[in-house]
Write a protein that binds this ligand. Structure first.
Ligand SMILES: Cc1cc2nc3c(=O)[nH]c(=O)nc-3n(C[C@H](O)[C@H](O)[C@H](O)COP(=O)(O)OP(=O)(O)OC[C@H]3O[C@@H](n4cnc5c(N)ncnc54)[C@H](O)[C@@H]3O)c2cc1C
Length: 427
């Protein structure tokens, strides 16, 4: 088995993993691995946008909206930290080349989603995640200290007496295992949607970071806090579901039952709208409800300008929009629980960090406010990088070397755990 030594190992190449790598010192040796291709992450799928503090007067209202959506189970200090750093984060993304929609006068344009008391979401048409993450990816590709290694799966974490010391990686094509010993290891493995029959997430996202952390006794919180998105395009069979962004409702689309009547305020928090849709489906005995795009403010012009990707997909499915309502159904979307982490992404295990959807730092509470996740992932990934840079740990493979027999037993035990624990499906 091959071994490698790195200063930092980042597991996951979504917005969280990439932004962490980009904020590690330019002279440090960083390996970023991901299970699929470099563009196969939920960060690339984000449609609606990314939140930002609209102006100083918005601070209390943004805080209250986030807390209310999270059923006040959020950690207030983490929420405040995110809000405080939001404007500088958007400015930094712009400096990376990210293009957000602008008004005619050149000012940033803001849209609105459910449970936001005012528009405070900046966006790039309906593919904000692709715009942001592709810029982060190309910045990382230009950095000589960062190696990006796709099709590489973390199968286990490695621990020494003083904390985490890397991970066991498998090359998905050759199946070869490599032990990567690292001074610090960052879990940025995204969500859990791949464990569900119906989800908007990439199928490869199966909660691997959380699974490995829990297996080694690292604290994790709220593993049952899973967000269901109210409006995904209805489809028969299993597989990834196509999301109809909440900002479509934010711009005026209505939810209708079979009789063509509205049955819920479309801009209530996601869990409330989802519950209302399910009640309506049960009452009618139907498999979906309908999303009427004809009520979107500005009509087809708004749809074409703000939601070109969604429009294209719906037309490809043979739907005549906006005349014909779109059949929609709730599906798994986001994971609020995860590996317990603090304001700097630190977990309960020394030298192991968790950022992005894999972590639970308290920002989202019981239910995430729309468009807070990209922001949270990007901000706390940067803070984790800064914490890693501020600390020092001598990287010494000799001290961490794991005897081959112990390694074989460890991998066997982990394989049994994975087989037993992760084969459940719902939703
Ligand atoms: C359809 C859709 C629309 C969304 N819209 C929005 C939106 O408008 N605004 C918003 O704020 N949020 C949105 N979200 C949520 C947001 O996109 C995600 O929460 C966020 O991008 C998560 O970023 P991440 O870096 O933590 O994870 P991801 O971007 O999912 O990246 C996870 C990475 O981990 C890697 N990985 C996983 N397991 C392993 C393993 N075992 N070994 C190695 N690598 C591994 C994957 O290959 C991937 O590179 C949306 C999500 C979806 C699915």
């Amino acid at each position: 088995m091959k071994t490698e030594l790195r200063e930092t190992l980042v597991i996951g190449a979504g917005a969280a993993g990439l932004n962490c790598a980009l904020h590690l010192p330019a002279g440090s040796d960083v390996l970023v691995v991901c299970k699929g291709g470099l563009k196969e992450s939920d960060s690339f799928l984000a449609q609606g946008g990314i939140c930002v503090l609209h102006d100083e007067g918005d601070a209390e209202s943004y805080f209250e909206d986030t807390m209310r959506a999270g059923h006040y189970e959020n950690d207030p200090a983490t929420v405040r930290c995110m809000i405080e750093h939001s404007r500088a984060t958007i400015d930094e993304l712009i400096s990376f080349g990210v293009r957000f929609a602008r008004e005619e006068n050149g000012e940033l344009a803001y849209t609105r989603e459910g449970a936001h008391s005012r528009p405070r979401i900046v966006f790039h048409a309906d593919c904000t995640g692709r715009e942001i993450t592709s810029r982060l990816l190309s910045a990382a590709q230009k950095r000589t200290n960062i190696e990006l290694r796709p099709y590489t799966t973390m199968v286990d974490l490695l621990f020494a007496e003083d904390g985490c010391c890397g991970a066991v990686l498998r090359d998905n094509r050759t199946h070869e295992l490599t032990l990567v010993y690292a001074g610090n290891t960052v879990l940025a493995t995204g969500g859990v949607g791949g464990l569900f029959a119906h989800s908007t997430n990439y199928r490869i996202l199966t909660g691997d970071g959380v699974g490995a952390a829990v297996f080694h006794g690292v604290a994790a919180d709220h593993l049952d806090y899973v967000q269901i998105h109210p409006t995904t395009l209805y489809a028969k069979g299993r597989g990834r579901r196509f999301l109809i962004s909440e900002s479509v409702r934010g711009e005026g689309a209505h939810l209708l039952n079979a009789a063509g009547e509205r049955f819920v305020d479309e801009l209530l928090p996601r869990d409330v709208v989802t519950a209302a849709i399910r009640r309506e489906m049960a009452r009618e005995g139907s498999e979906y409800v309908r999303l009427d795009l004809s009520s979107v403010r500005g009509g087809e012009r708004t749809l074409e300008k703000h939601f070109p990707g969604i429009l294209r997909r719906l037309k490809k499915e043979g739907l005549r929009v906006p005349e014909e309502p779109v059949p929609v159904v709730p599906a798994q979307h986001y994971f609020m629980g995860g590996v317990r982490s603090d304001l700097f992404g630190r977990t309960t295990a020394p030298h192991l960090y968790a950022v992005g959807e894999t972590c639970c730092n308290g920002v989202h509470g019981k239910n995430r406010l729309a468009s807070n996740s990209l922001l949270e992932a990007i901000i706390f990934a940067r803070r984790a990088a800064e914490d890693i840079a501020a600390g020092s740990r001598a990287t010494g493979r000799a001290a961490w070397d794991i005897p081959p027999r112990r390694l074989a037993a460890m991998l066997r035990e982990r394989r049994e755990f994975v087989t037993k624990e992760t084969h459940h499906e719902s939703e």
